[in-house]
Design a protein around this ligand. Sequence first.
Ligand SMILES: Cc1ncc(COP(=O)(O)O)c(C=O)c1O
Length: 337
Amino acid sequence: MAHVLYTNSGSESVETALKVALAYQRVKGQGSRTRLIGRERGYHGVNFGGISVGGIVTNRKMFGTLLTGVDHMPHTHLPAKNAFSKGMPEHGGDLADELERIVTLHDASTIAAVIVEPVAGSTGVLIPPKGYLQRLREICTKHGILLIFDEVITGFGRLGAPFAAQYFDVKPDIITTAKGLTNGVIPMGAVFVTSEIHDAFMTGPEHLIEFFHGYTYSGNPIASAAALGTLDTYREEGLLTRAAELAPYWEEKLHSLADCPNVVDIRNIGLIGAIELAPIAGEPTKRAFNAFLKAYESGLLIRTTGDIIALSPPLIITKAEIDELFDKLRKVLVANI
Ligand SMILES: Cc1ncc(COP(=O)(O)O)c(C=O)c1O
């Protein structure tokens, strides 16, 4: 993936990737491929393309009919079968076959691309079941559909490999990134495409623009300097693979909270974890919000989504800090929230 388009956020990376996919199909003489397939509970930022292929209802329902020609695969969260899985869950790999059903419904000749987060983050950490991503790749390849991995969260070392594509050994056609590219402190995103996609646009003549898409601040010099500095630090401190070293300790400590009250699921991969809580009857999301407030009072910042606590600590976290994090979280969970 030697070719990169620069953006200023994850949301812009997603829009860029979707437009590249549509334009690529067209320059390849496949202009009837205009459909985009996302997934229920997917999060791809807040712009129109992203919320159209995304699957989080609160992000969609206020904004009209969104993009046309979008369909969604089912999400892969199967708590009845997979609760308290460590790493990739056993059940649900066959849900990738739902893509075949969608292809049968619309015909492959109308579908440009499929977009998924390799590990769904914002919806509350949904880890791909064993075999799921491989199967998506196979189906996309078979039908000439581009596979886009939205790696805005998983990119740059979160799982213990530089990218989720490497971690899962599944090669997408396009990768979207942001966040970790500049350590999240200066806005910047990047979209990686294969040479095959890049070259399809490079048909000349030389003086003409090949792809009419770009932002004033694409490749902004300050953001580029921040990205280069961040990449140097990743290299010097081995941070793109550090999560792999910490993952077993992280997993053990996270799952040690399984005996806390109201915990209905714990799941993890790399340096990501989630604790799912039983909702308070009639007041969904309140228990997790209470946990958020209590954690904050104790000096611990957690992120909640629905009744799920999602954990994604800095890649420089130490074992002592992991201990501190989970000690504080245990106190929060055993308090009457
Ligand atoms: C998978 C994914 N895609 C896209 C985005 C949007 O990124 P941004 O908030 O930088 O627009 C996010 C943000 O959390 C994300 O997790």
